[in-house]
Design a protein around this ligand. Structure first.
Ligand code: SF4
Ligand code: SF4
Length: 455
């Protein structure tokens, strides 16, 4: 793609980067076929190629974002399916991140939307506040049906649509808190390594059992695990909202504590059980590339960051010889398959550990969770969820495995109206189960119901 940035514009390293990305695009449009919003809405401006043009126009002409441009960029899930499909290696992720930062700085959203975004950016990354908000939402949930509904055909969701979606996501109850930050867990038997495990923000409130399963599995296989004190949310949530100052501050705080831990006691890896966070931490090196004080440390952290399945795949595990006849539908989280290019490994691990693993048709399409997307774009998110549920149901699974809490919540929301629902577990919960841990809570719960996973 031809670009026409001026020399003055190109003095800005971000514009230089955008220019490099844009020049790689050859307008072929292959990316449109795998873009969930284009597949659903059929509008070129809701495709990667369309959004690339919109961002190019904003950056090149230093044009303020209009309501229409914001609508189409907001509808992007940042699922990165387009990056997997693109034959020219266009880094859409870094381009749309720039578009979002520009929108956040230069576009004035309606007051109620600003309020909602402000609340999400403040509450979601803070586990204590998030826990309190989930408890409050549980009491408010029965009243969600009384919130005014938008008129049909409206292009963008209203404040009340978003509020309703947020309340509907609140779980009926919250599990017990997980282990406190700052603790470490000794390896059983001969020590083979030492890792930090990201504690996360929303995940530690909604499903602390995921990290507990990871700790059990890792220590059982000779790995010492530390929950580094003073760690924060990885910054992914605010990064995807264009709030870069907040995201970079969180990244720097995490880099300080992880590098401190690595230098003092040694770390073989920083493990992540939420693939959305893993994608962002692996990108810290890029995000802070222009920061003289942090560039090298950020790169070191990105190199240490690994999805938990990536690390387990490198251990020589003696899997149990006995097989189960449980059918696992593997849901490939976008951040894992498109963001981190980890596609086969989780399925191989599940298969080696004795499960019957099934691929979900249209696995490249997002489930609609995408960070705060299922709150901010509830209509598109629910349409994607229904499509995902139908595809999962076609595999007739006993349980669904995924590597990202957002997807687990979205898929496990309950019945989609035709009687289908599935227990959903994190991949590491299943691996822990077959090597001596307890069965995943969602599976235990589903055993109380007569039939799982089919109409
Ligand atoms: S990130 Fe996903 S939703 Fe956004 S343009 Fe790419 S494929 Fe489409
Ligand atoms: S597939 Fe890649 S090169 Fe082709 S239009 Fe999409 S982003 Fe551009």
């Amino acid at each position: 793609m031809k670009t026409e940035f001026s020399l003055a514009q190109l003095a800005d390293p971000d514009i230089q980067e955008a220019d490099k990305i844009l020049r790689k695009c050859v307008h072929c449009g292959f990316c449109t076929a795998t873009c969930p919003t284009y597949v659903l809405l059929g509008d070129e401006l809701d495709s990667p190629r369309g959004r690339i043009y919109l961002i190019k126009d904003m950056l090149e002409n230093d044009r303020a974002p209009t309501e229409d441009v914001v609508k189409h960029i907001d509808r992007c899930l940042s699922c990165l399916a387009c990056m997997t499909t693109c034959p020219s290696g266009v880094n859409y992720m870094h381009l749309v991140d720039q578009g979002r930062v520009k929108i956040e700085k230069e576009y004035r959203r309606p007051p109620l939307e600003r309020l909602l975004r402000g609340v999400l950016a403040r509450v979601l990354p803070d586990p204590a506040l998030f826990r309190m908000s989930m408890i409050a939402a549980r009491f408010a949930k029965p009243f969600a049906v009384f919130l005014p509904k938008a008129s049909p055909g409206r292009a963008s969701p209203t404040f009340f649509d978003r509020l309703r979606a947020m309340l509907m996501l609140a779980p009926a109850s919250l599990p017990e808190k997980g282990p406190a930050s700052g603790r470490s867990f000794a390896a059983e038997g001969q020590r083979r390594g030492r890792v930090a495990l990201l504690q996360g923000c929303a995940q530690q409130v909604l499903s602390p059992g995921i990290n507990q399963a990871a700790i059990r599995f890792l220590t059982r296989h000779g790995i010492e695990v530390v929950l580094v004190a003073d760690e924060q949310c990885c910054g992914s949530l605010t990064h995807h909202m264009g709030r870069d100052d907040d995201a970079l501050a969180r990244a720097k705080a995490n880099i300080d504590v992880w590098i401190g831990e690595a230098d003092r006691n040694g770390l073989d890896a920083i493990l992540v059980t939420t693939s959305g966070c893993g994608t962002t931490i692996k990108d810290y090196g890029y995000m802070l590339r222009e920061d003289r004080d942090y560039a090298a440390k950020a790169m070191r952290v990105s190199e240490l960051a690994k999805d938990v399945t990536e690390f387990i795949g490198g251990l020589n595990i003696a899997w149990p010889s006995q097989r189960t006849d449980l059918v696992v539908a593997y849901h490939s989280a976008c951040s894992l398959q498109h963001g981190q290019k980890i596609t086969q490994l989780p399925k191989e691990l599940l298969s080696k550990s004795g499960f019957v693993v099934k691929d979900v048709p249209e696995s490249h399409l997002c489930c609609g969770s995408a960070g705060t997307y299922n709150i901010l774009q509830p209509d598109i998110a629910m349409r994607l969820r229904e499509r995902k549920i139908a595809n999962i149901a076609s595999t007739r699974p006993d349980i669904v495995a995924a590597g990202n809490i957002g997807c687990m919540v979205q898929i496990g929301l309950g019945s989609n109206g035709d009687g289908r629902s599935f227990p959903v577990a994190h991949t590491v919960e299943l691996l822990d189960w077959v090597t001596g841990g307890p069965s995943p809570p969602s599976f235990k719960e589903s055993m109380k119901s007569p039939r799982i996973g089919s109409a």
